[in-house]
Design a protein around this ligand. Structure first.
Ligand SMILES: N[C@@H](CCC(=O)N[C@@H](CS)C(=O)NCC(=O)O)C(=O)O
Length: 256
């Protein structure tokens, strides 16, 4: 593990980089941020998100994870803001391509994984919908909590599956195209942040084994909820890419 968990009070007093993360769950947004800092060997201190701390709410500004706070700069909770901060703090190894077209392609596909309406967002809606309809997915109380916060409606829930399949197919097609050129990465022939996002968000469909990811069995059951169309769209190339990333670039076991 390349970071330590500290208390809210300690984090507020400290200098340098601190990041609020969801505890106990491999939230892909948080695992991606951890992975980017790990690859860049950036020292940072972790604070587990708690919901009853006025000090944390005031300091971090919102109850979500990850929220990165560097020195006295404003909190950053957006996936791309956190990537750009990391690239500024440690330019090497670069995780953003220098070539403008490659850079735009990377941010485009990363947006489709991490942003509102992207793979993580719609997979969450899918699992909320399953949970609220007694069909696997998130346990009811969790599903209801997330439903109130992350854009759920019965219509959005029912439509999520099709978008999830569309996005899984998009990523699969890109990896297969790259494979024909001899590359195991999404862009060019070296690792970028997009590879980190794909690896950490793939766990929402194919969780890492318990020895690598010690999460609550109910969370694992939720991520293992796959209807026939979604299961068919999780092409083996996606977990294989994920395994390559954890074997070569990311830290195991996960520190939740
Ligand atoms: N802020 C991120 C999204 C992060 C996000 O959705 N985090 C959720 C994952 S479920 C979270 O931490 N939820 C905890 C909570 O809402 O209590 C972004 O906009 O890129």
């Amino acid at each position: 593990m390349t970071f330590e968990y500290v208390s809210v009070e300690d984090a507020i007093k400290r200098d340098g980089l601190r990041m609020v993360v969801v505890g106990g769950v491999p939230s892909p947004w948080g695992e991606a941020a951890k992975g980017i800092l790990h690859i860049k060997k950036i020292d940072w201190a972790a604070v587990r998100l708690v919901y009853d701390s006025d000090a944390l709410n005031e300091w971090a500004g919102q109850q979500t994870g990850p929220v990165a706070i560097y020195e006295n700069e404003p909190p950053r909770s957006g996936w791309s803001e956190i990537l750009l901060l990391a690239e500024r703090l440690a330019p090497a190894p670069a995780l953003i391509p220098a070539d403008p077209a490659d850079r735009a392609h990377m941010f485009g596909l990363a947006h489709e994984i991490c942003a509102e309406g992207g793979l993580g967002w719609t997979r969450r809606l899918q699992l909320i919908h399953n949970g609220l309809n007694d069909a696997g997915g998130f346990p009811q109380p969790v599903a209801q909590y997330l439903a109130n916060k992350y854009g759920y409606s019965p219509a959005a829930g029912a439509a999520a599956g099709q978008r999830v399949v569309e996005l899984l197919n998009l990523l699969t097609a890109r990896l297969k195209t790259q494979q024909t050129t001899g590359s195991e990465f999404y862009i060019g022939n070296s690792v970028t942040a997009l590879d980190v996002y794909s690896a950490t968000f793939t766990t929402m469909f194919a969780p890492l084994p318990p020895e690598h990811c010690d999460m609550h069995p109910k969370t694992r059951d939720a991520f293992n909820t796959l209807d026939a169309e979604t299961r068919a769209a999780v092409d083996p190339i996606l977990p294989a890419h994920r395994d390559m990333m954890y074997a070569k670039f990311l830290a195991l076991p996960l520190s939740l």
